[in-house]
Design a protein around this ligand. Structure first.
Ligand SMILES: Cc1cc2nc3c(=O)[nH]c(=O)nc-3n(C[C@H](O)[C@H](O)[C@H](O)COP(=O)(O)OP(=O)(O)OC[C@H]3O[C@@H](n4cnc5c(N)ncnc54)[C@H](O)[C@@H]3O)c2cc1C
Length: 474
């Protein structure tokens, strides 16, 4: 018997497993693939995800494997630098191969005590009042109290739940792979430059160790369940470039579409959805992995609270209430970015106009706060603007604020040094006289770093502690 079974050990599943382990939840991650992914897709970790890594003490480890880049220039690839003074101690983008970030998150989850079983595909499940019985493709049956589908865009869990996934289907497809070439680099560069004048989506560039990365659009949409073959790449290269550049010895071959879809519900009873299982959209702007990891960060402590029996009644449902609108917004900004990237004269005129508007600091700042997710504000009711937002990392007497959040607990920052979290001290830490720069007398942070309360009254604080952290311990 496990507390939680997670279907899928991608970035979302691995992050969720680690978050649950912080609270001693018995976690099993089932991953259908026997080996880690072989593709070498470089993804961008945006500011909020870097902050999450800092909050769990993972950032240094991750920075060793990635390349820092400026935070700006990602909204539909419009080439504008980020505005001055972004509100974060980690105001950059980190480029990192997706398999590396998945490996690091999986390693972290295992270090914390999660079990990961490869070659274990979830095929069926049934839920009842006490738990979920999960059946693997080989017929083995396992039991847990909750099941979370982090099994990607084609999620078996979502389909078995019968949760609708409305949106727009793929209209175009892109082949992406790593392979060697049979012609000199100068010849490739000249051809790529020539095609680039009219088609910005085509790319063929050195990727290190003699391997080239090929990205090539395809007309129409095929059955995407099957990976493409080298012949598919050759055929498409000839169609687009008039030559296949003698490509050979593929290292990895993949394809992706541009479907945009959002699950109607994130929870049905004891089964939940997170990451690509709950939302898919084209990769423009690089937000999908970030969104999934942030779903996991929002869900982890709430599900742990449910299992540890201190969750207030509605806490688990705040996962959907908070994260569904965030995903809807990402889908929308992605739709907008796709329009701005299309080649028709209308969209190109709008792109030129937006490029001009981005010279206004507020416009540029709004777009970058959106794409990096530091602008997210959950609806916690009426209150100051900071309520519901994440608090940036700040210096405190003990070092950095995020350094105090590694254990995934709540935290009261008390400048008055008059308040107490007694009754909740098994779930919430206390820091008196934290720093001079805090713009409020006291702030209560949730384990995900969002501001749950601002004030200076003990009774009001107790009410909010109960709202987020349940009844006080006896
Ligand atoms: C070309 C490209 C570039 C991208 N660039 C970026 C970027 O720069 N930034 C960004 O944030 N995002 C980017 N993305 C999106 C990102 O890759 C995805 O959003 C991310 O992988 C989603 O993570 P996930 O863990 O939710 O799902 P996945 O990564 O799809 O992981 C799901 C896991 O579940 C497993 N699984 C599936 N079915 C089962 C089952 N029945 N039982 C058990 N296991 C199962 C799968 O094998 C897989 O390991 C890009 C995507 C593409 C295609």
């Amino acid at each position: 018997m496990f507390d939680v079974i997670i279907a899928g050990c991608g970035p979302t599943g691995a992050m969720l497993a680690a978050e649950l382990r912080l609270h001693d939840v018995r976690v099993l991650v089932l991953e259908k693939e026997t080996e880690p992914a072989s593709f070498v897709r470089i993804v961008g970790l945006h500011i909020r995800s870097l902050e999450l890594m800092a909050m769990r003490g993972l950032l240094e480890r991750i920075l060793e494997h990635g390349r820092k880049r400026p935070a700006g220039g990602f909204f539909s690839a419009i080439d504008k630098p980020a505005p001055e003074g972004l509100d974060s101690a980690h105001a950059y983008l980190l480029g990192i191969p997706q398999p590396v970030i998945v490996h690091l998150l999986e390693e972290h989850a295992i270090e914390l005590g999660a079990q990961v079983r490869r070659g274990g595909a979830v095929a069926r499940f049934e839920q009842d009042d006490e738990g979920v019985t999960v059946e693997l493709a080989d017929g083995q049956r396992l039991r847990s109290r909750y099941l979370v589908g982090c099994d990607g865009g084609r999620s078996t869990v979502r389909k078995l739940l019968g949760v609708g996934f409305p949106g727009e289907p793929s209209r175009t497809e892109t082949l992406m792979g790593g392979m060697e070439v049979g012609v000199p680099q100068e010849e490739i560069a000249a051809k790529v430059a020539e095609i680039g004048v009219t088609d910005k989506r085509f790319s063929l560039r050195p990727f290190g160790e003699g391997v080239y990365q090929v990205i090539i659009p395809v007309a129409g949409v095929s059955d995407r369940a099957e990976p493409p073959t080298l012949d598919d790449f050759k055929q498409q290269l000839r169609a687009v470039a008039g030559t296949d550049f003698g490509v050979h010895s593929p290292r990895w071959l993949s394809r992706f579409g541009d479907a945009t879809r959002l699950a109607e519900r994130y929870r049905v009873g004891r089964v939940l959805l997170a990451g690509d299982a709950a939302h898919i959209h084209p990769p423009i702007g690089g937000q999908g992995l970030n969104l999934g990891v942030q779903d996991a960060f929002n869900l982890g402590w709430k599900l742990a609270a449910q299992i540890r029996s201190w969750a207030p009644e509605a806490l688990l449902d705040t996962y959907q209430a908070e994260r569904h609108p965030v995903a809807a917004d990402v889908l929308d900004n992605t739709r907008a970015q796709m329009e701005l990237a299309s080649t028709g004269p209308g969209p190109q005129a709008v792109r030129r106009l937006l490029t001009e508007l981005m010279d206004f600091d507020e416009v540029n700042r709004h777009l970058i706060e959106k794409i990096t997710a530091i602008g997210v504000r959950y609806d916690f009711g009426a209150g100051p603007d900071l309520l519901g937002r994440r608090l940036r990392d700040i210096d405190v007497k003990q070092g950095s604020l995020y350094g105090l959040l590694h254990r995934g607990r709540g935290l009261l920052l008390d400048r008055t040094e008059r308040l107490t979290v007694d009754g909740w001290s098994d779930r919430v830490d206390y820091l008196g006289d934290p720093t001079a720069v805090l713009d409020a007398p006291c702030i209560l942070l949730r384990p995900d770093g969002h501001v749950a309360w601002i004030g200076d009254d003990q009774q009001d604080l107790d009410d909010h502690l109960a709202r987020w952290f349940g009844k006080p311990a006896d």
